[in-house]
Design a binder for this molecule. Structure first.
Ligand code: PEP
Ligand code: MG
Length: 538
């Protein structure tokens, strides 16, 4: 039996086999080769195989569709000379392995064509990326992400991005172990929605693949090839855990009212529509944070207004009278979409993200606003803007909102005047809460970013894991201040960052006057229990 440790991102117990996940991005590490001819032969075989598969797909594609066009372009690139010559000359001159040459060529071409910014060039970048990834699957024998899970497994990885988590089949995951990341990285937040134990900073490596393990997401321990005694002990604990979950389910239909009769709103944080059923199964009365950016990730182009509208309408209809707060696109930092063409930044967490990007890409933003306002006619929607730091930003947003409403009005498309709020997640917004609240209906405190910006510590930096404290007194003081200042201006104030799920703080938050707590679906019932046990006037 081997025992390892990690930092808990989400509690729980998992027992099962480990599947070591290799991101396609990690494929292509360089290593020196001695036989150039053999490596060139490997390249040609991989190229032929990729071409064969692309041609087969092309023959099955409906002619003149986007899919057929993409496949035709990709076949042309592979049959042409430019891409191939770059790879073969790198293998020959630098004596490196073929997958490294493929990945390097991919990145070099992406940076050349990516800087051109016209549609044909962006298509070419995407095509090159896809064929290169395809070829590296073939070369390195890596399975495609979507296909790797046949039976429930514990995923272990060096690194996993939010997009990669999104592609995994949630029903086939028992637990998550990663070397990198943090409890508040977006990949971890998505994993929490799966309600499985997750540990970060785990010394996982490829040698763990296929081994039997126990993940203790309470103590932050992993037992590989556990002894019989340990296995029996954890089977008992897992049974108790299931019984506790059963008990919590009995609170599903209970009200969110404190023991002394004070009503609170307890909502769910979700990343996409599929999480909606989990929110309802756990008794959520509304959605306090729909992270809309996930609809923009893991794809090759922007979702259109119709696609966005259909998703938001579905969310509104599913929740009925329950409030659904759609946070507008919060792209940037650890959430990237290549097709948006955002330039690389030295310090992306402090850079161009959230509303800053939306106010630069006004057409993209207005498309989303139109979709939200159109969907507002079908239920109880609200809109929330991320990363606001200036009152002027809200005024600029309001001008765009008015334009959108006017165009809907003109076309006689129904919409409602929905509530608007911001995520208070920068110290600037917290300090200016009163001034900002004057322009808004609500404030929702995003403790994840508020912590990283207040402490000046990257929320994902493993070196700071001992110092990074979401309950730092400055954060608690800011929450108190935002609630007080927001209330003075007639706003209701909630918390939608991960700290809202900390049941040890529930009574403190409620005494501060917090009106809403929004947490991942699996945390709703434990927080409901805490609310119901709290007495505000102690
Ligand atoms: C936050 O920053 O607390 C928040 C809710 O937003 P995200 O975690 O998506 O950055
Ligand atoms: Mg945030």
């Amino acid at each position: 039996m081997e025992i390892y440790e990690g930092v808990v991102a989400f509690p729980g117990i998992a027992i099962g086999q480990i599947r070591y996940y290799v991101s396609t991005k990690e494929s292509g590490y360089p290593h020196a080769i001695s036989d150039v001819k053999q490596e060139l032969d490997r390249y040609h075989r991989a190229k032929e195989k990729t071409l064969e598969q692309l041609k087969e797909l092309y023959s099955q594609a409906v002619p003149e569709t986007k899919e057929a066009d993409t496949l035709r372009r990709q076949i042309q690139i592979l049959e042409g000379t430019g891409f191939s010559r770059a790879i073969t000359s790198m293998i020959a001159s630098e004596k490196v392995n073929v997958s490294h040459a493929v990945v390097t060529t991919r990145d070099e071409m992406a940076s050349v064509f990516g800087s051109l910014k016209d549609e044909a060039a962006l298509n070419r970048v995407q095509d090159i990326r896809e064929i290169s990834n395809w070829m590296t699957y073939i070369l390195d024998g890596l399975p495609k992400e979507e296909e790797i899970l046949h039976e429930p497994v514990i995923i272990a990885a060096e690194h996993i991005s939010p997009e990669e988590v999104m592609k995994l089949d949630k029903n086939k995951i028992l637990g998550f172990l990663t070397q990198e990341g943090s409890p508040v990285s977006h990949a971890s937040i998505l994993v929490k929605t799966m309600d499985v134990p997750a540990l970060v900073h785990v010394p996982a490596d490829a040698g763990w693949d296929g081994r039997f393990a126990i993940v203790d997401g309470y103590a932050g321990k992993i037992y590989i090839d556990p002894s019989d005694g340990v296995l029996q002990e954890y089977k008992k604990r897992r049974k108790l855990e299931r019984e506790e979950k059963e008990y919590l389910l009995s609170l599903k239909d209970e009200e969110d009212v404190t023991a002394d009769g004070h009503r609170v709103h307890l909502y769910a944080n979700i990343g996409n529509l599929e999480d909606m059923s989990q929110a309802l199964d756990n008794g959520a009365r509304g959605i306090g944070l729909l992270r809309s950016e996930f609809q923009y990730l893991g794809r090759e182009s922007y979702p259109g207004e119709l696609e966005l509208f259909q998703a938001y309408r579905q969310a509104a209809l599913t929740m009925g009278e329950g409030l659904v707060i759609i946070r507008t696109l919060d792209i940037g930092a650890d959430k990237k979409a290549e097709y948006m063409g955002l330039s690389d930044e030295r310090n992306p967490a402090m850079g161009n993200r959230g509303i800053r990007v939306c106010l630069q890409k006004k057409e993209v933003f207005k498309e989303q606003l139109r979709a939200i306002f159109r969907a507002s006619a079908y239920g109880n929607l609200a809109i929330m803007y991320p990363m606001v730091t200036y009152v002027e930003e809200i005024r600029e947003i309001q001008r765009l909102v008015e334009e959108v409403k006017a165009s809907l009005h003109e076309k006689e498309i129904p919409y409602k005047d929905i509530q608007q709020g911001i995520v208070v997640e920068t110290p600037a917004a917290a300090i200016m809460a009163g001034e900002l609240a004057r322009e808004l209906d609500f404030l929702s405190i995003g403790t994840n970013d508020l912590t990283q910006y207040t402490l000046a510590m990257d929320r994902q930096n493993p070196q700071l894991k001992e110092r990074y404290r979401e309950q730092h007194p400055s954060i608690m003081k800011m929450i108190e201040m935002v609630v007080r200042e927001g209330h003075k201006e007639g706003c209701w104030v909630g918390i939608c960052g991960e700290l809202a799920a900390n049941t040890a703080l529930t009574s403190r938050f409620l005494r501060m006057g917090v009106d809403m707590l929004s947490v991942v679906p699996a945390c709703i019932l434990p927080v409901r229990r805490s609310i119901r046990e709290t007495k505000i006037k102690s």
